[in-house]
Design a protein around this ligand. Structure first.
Ligand SMILES: [Zn+2]
Length: 448
């Protein structure tokens, strides 16, 4: 007989092999939802998925979690974050040219020692919404990586590179980025990105170096692109190109490129993006907050892959990616995007299979299928979720992060009954508060 395990136990059990069964199992976008489904996990991989009776019969000795009151979905991606920017929460509202007037001056006070605790809040925010994979872009990313490891979630870290602007302009940023990739050793949850800041803050020469390095080392490239009208104007004046044309000229657009925002891109730019095979990091709340929405109708018309992101706490105080999916859907309807682009499956793809693909991890992540890594999210069913005719529609439209109760990353529980299993949350909060007070104190001292 197998050991029966309760998902409401006080302590998260640790097993090398187990089955989570009797769940409403949403395998992934455009895949079948199994009403009484089970997933069999061995170490960190999924070995089988199917009806509970079939999966149990194949592995009768495996420990068994009864998930009959849960909906299971694949672990979600947040395709664009700056998780250490939690200290900007509430400060970005109603600020003109916020990036240049608020962010860059404040970020000059950052130092490597406080990056890890500064990242705790936004990571926890995302984890509570079912995010298992964070695609980040920031300074002193070593500390960000350590914060991801603290929570046991996946992190793609990209050390921000800029020689013409930003908080620390200069070629040293590129040296720092290469050193991080070449000399640091992280566990299996951490992956690297090449992260030029933006088209106006990086010279075409440095952007080309970044793109060449990314291609030669098979590392995805992650950059802001055509984020604001100001960026467009600065690039036009300096390089006599649009930001997108500059990125294309430097070789920075490819199937391994995640380019974020495109708010000030025109139709010609979007055709360049489409032809390059790049994926757009789409952060609807953040772009509205900074400026305005991109030409989203054209994203959909051209069939440009969209990966959903929340961006940072200065432009989106929350990292709730399930809310972001709902917002994306509503905005698309307002922009007359046809219904056949807006199913719950299309939305889920923006947070699963599309980001997994641009990061080159489509064989490991994005769906609940045999052979993939065990990144799973359980949402507790309740009065809110009934009736359950279309479970995925319920997850996105009527449920949401408040119903996320358990999150598994790489076969381990990163969230158990809405709590972090291996850490005292009050200690993480104390460390975070201390780091926020530290950075805010430094900012005020500099401003005097
Ligand atoms: Zn950003």
């Amino acid at each position: 007989m197998s050991e029966r395990l309760s998902l409401s136990a006080a302590v998260a059990p640790k097993h090398q092999e187990f089955i989570i069964g009797h769940a409403t199992l949403i395998q992934g976008p455009f895949l079948e939802t199994i009403s009484n489904g089970a997933v069999h996990v061995r170490e960190n991989r999924i070995v089988a998925v199917g009806p509970t009776s079939t999966i149990k019969a194949k592995a009768p000795e495996a420990a068994f979690f009864d998930a009959s009151s849960f909906i299971m979905i694949p672990g979600l991606f947040n395709a664009h974050t700056h998780v250490a920017m939690g200290f900007f929460r509430g400060l970005g509202h109603c600020k003109e040219n916020m990036i240049e007037t608020v962010l860059f001056p404040a970020e000059k006070s950052l130092s490597p020692d406080i990056l890890q605790p500064l990242s705790y809040s936004y990571i926890y925010d995302g984890l509570r919404a079912g995010v298992t994979s964070f695609v980040d872009h920031y300074y002193f990313s070593f500390g960000v990586a350590r914060a991801f490891e603290t929570f046991g979630v996946r992190g793609w870290i990209g050390e921000t590179v800029a020689d013409l602007g930003g908080a620390f302009p200069g070629r040293e940023s590129w040296n720092r980025a290469k050193e991080l990739i070449e000399s640091s050793s992280f566990g299996p949850l951490i992956s690297h990105l090449i992260a030029p800041h933006a088209a106006d803050t990086v010279s075409v020469e440095l952007l080309k170096e970044c793109a060449d390095y990314a291609r030669e080392n098979k590392i995805p490239l992650h950059m802001h692109l055509s984020q604001t009208p100001g960026e467009r104007e600065r690039v036009k004046n300096r390089d006599h190109l649009s930001p997108v044309a500059k990125a294309a000229k430097a070789g920075a657009l490819s199937e391994s490129s995640l380019v974020v925002h495109l708010t000030s891109a025109d139709s010609d730019d979007l055709k360049i993006v489409k032809d390059s095979g790049s994926t757009v990091g789409y952060c609807p709340t953040s772009t509205l907050f900074y400026d305005r929405l991109a030409r989203i109708e054209e994203f959909y018309e051209l069939g440009i892959p969209l990966a959903i992101g929340s961006d940072c706490a200065a432009s989106n105080d929350s990292a709730d990616i399930l809310s972001e999916l709902k917002i994306a859907e509503l905005l698309a309807r307002d922009h007359h995007v046809p219904n056949d682009h807006l199913s719950p499956d299309h939305l889920l793809a923006m947070a699963t299979t599309i980001p997994a693909k641009v990061l080159g991890r489509q064989n490991d992540l994005g769906t609940i299928e045999p052979g993939k890594l065990a990144d799973l999210v359980l949402l507790k069913r309740s009065l809110i979720s009934e009736p359950l005719d279309q479970p995925l529609a319920n997850v996105i439209y009527s449920m949401g992060s408040r119903d996320v109760s358990h999150v598994m990353v790489n076969g381990n529980w990163a969230l158990w009954n809405r709590e972090i299993p291996d850490w005292d949350e009050s200690q993480l909060l104390a460390d975070y508060r201390e780091a926020v007070n530290d950075i805010r104190g430094r900012i005020q001292t500099k401003a005097r």
